[in-house]
Ligand binder design. Structure first.
Ligand SMILES: Nc1ncnc2c1ncn2[C@@H]1O[C@H](COP(=O)(O)OP(=O)(O)OP(=O)(O)O)[C@@H](O)[C@H]1O
Ligand SMILES: [Mg+2]
Length: 345
């Protein structure tokens, strides 16, 4: 969903539910860190579609840019997975030139919203694993209305939006080394929802959005232990899924919510390994707020008998050694912004 190309000076913008994050990189791979900054936001405003709230968010972004002494107004903006429709479809093999025509012709049967009211984007992945006479294509659509209101509010404060990109594609760019051939599953567990992506050979093979995030985990602890949300949040980030803490009561209280995530992970792995016969998922990478919940990664590792790592947003970025600890402290919350900043225009 590029509007302009050839612009090398820009920053990545992640408008998250709990924080706004910006990152600027420069050069070629591995790009060098120029700047990063973030500011917490009130989720009520961040999630609101009301014009006044959107305007307030844009003002906060502008203030953040000026505090960070950002020298460019060009910005690549993340699209939340829950605002887009993404699917991988098998299509008859056609020349690259005819692909656009073929997709537009079939669009109404491929995406849930009318094509006249949607922006549609696609990327050719390769031959279909199911039928060698077909190709597989990643299709992404988003409503014109959503894009236009985002554009309006960001441009009204003087920002120049050069592209929108789905957040789930951005996290792959930041967390995974280019050229990785082995299949991996990435989980971005945010405040209200989780993005699940399986990637192989530098292409997404399955993308899903699950309506469970840290808020749901906090709520189940609060309800089951009869405590308030603040207390529940503190407990969760202190003791997590460690069964030896608090008599195992906390891990028990959040078990069923975590199980919703595990069920989706399980289904996704099965779908992938069935579609790509002979391929085996090798690793799960977790990012987002919930990746800091103690024992969370290990519990997923045990459940699926797979390697589980906490993703590092700066994995594909070069920066001075002296900044290592400062950057690692925020490595779980910058994967979207770094990925957006890592785009090559
Ligand atoms: N150290 C911590 N202590 C307490 N809570 C934490 C901690 N780290 C993260 N969180 C929780 O993680 C959540 C934020 O996660 P994250 O930064 O992934 O969300 P987001 O990107 O703002 O939201 P989304 O991606 O859903 O739009 C907060 O709601 C907070 O509850
Ligand atoms: Mg997020």
């Amino acid at each position: 969903m590029s509007i302009l190309s050839g612009i090398s000076d820009f920053f990545g913008l992640d408008i998250g539910t709990t924080a706004i994050r910006i990152v600027q990189l420069q050069g070629n791979y591995p790009k060098t860190l120029v700047k990063y900054a973030y500011v917490p936001v009130d989720p009520k405003i961040a999630l609101s579609d009301a014009k006044a709230d959107q305007a307030q968010i844009s003002q906060i972004i502008l203030d953040l840019c000026s505090q960070a002494k950002m020298t460019t107004k060009n910005v690549v903006v993340g699209l939340p997975t829950k605002k887009i429709f993404s699917t991988i479809v098998d299509m008859d093999k056609v020349s690259a030139r005819d692909l656009e025509k073929t997709i537009m012709f079939q669009a109404d049967s491929l995406i849930p919203t009318p094509i006249g009211e949607s922006k549609l984007d696609w990327a050719l992945i390769g031959d279909s694993p199911k039928d060698s006479s077909k190709i597989e294509v990643l299709l992404t659509s988003v409503s014109d209305k959503y894009i236009e209101s985002k554009l309006d509010s960001l441009e009204s404060v003087g920002l120049n939006v050069i592209a929108f990109e789905p957040e789930n594609l951005a996290v792959l760019r930041s967390l995974i080394s280019p050229g990785t051939t082995t299949p991996m599953l990435v989980l971005d567990i945010g405040s209200l929802g989780t993005d699940l992506i399986i990637t192989m050979n530098d292409s997404p093979r399955l993308v899903r959005s699950i309506a469970v995030g840290t808020q749901a985990i906090i709520r189940s602890a609060a309800q089951n232990l009869n405590i308030d949300n603040n207390q529940a949040q503190q407990f969760i980030f202190k003791f997590g899924l460690d069964p030896t803490k608090l008599d195992g009561q906390l891990s028990k209280a959040i078990e069923s919510t975590i199980e919703i995530l595990n069920t989706e992970i399980d289904k996704s792995i099965k779908f992938f390994e069935t579609r790509y016969a002979g391929k085996k998922l090798e690793k799960i990478i977790i990012t987002g707020g919930a990746s800091l919940i103690p024992n969370f990664a290990i519990s997923i590792a045990n459940r699926f008998n797979l390697n589980v790592e906490i993703g590092n947003a700066w994995h594909n970025v070069s920066f001075p050694e002296s900044r290592q600890s400062e950057l690692l402290a925020v490595a779980n919350q910058f994967s979207v912004a770094v990925g957006l900043a890592g785009r090559s225009e």
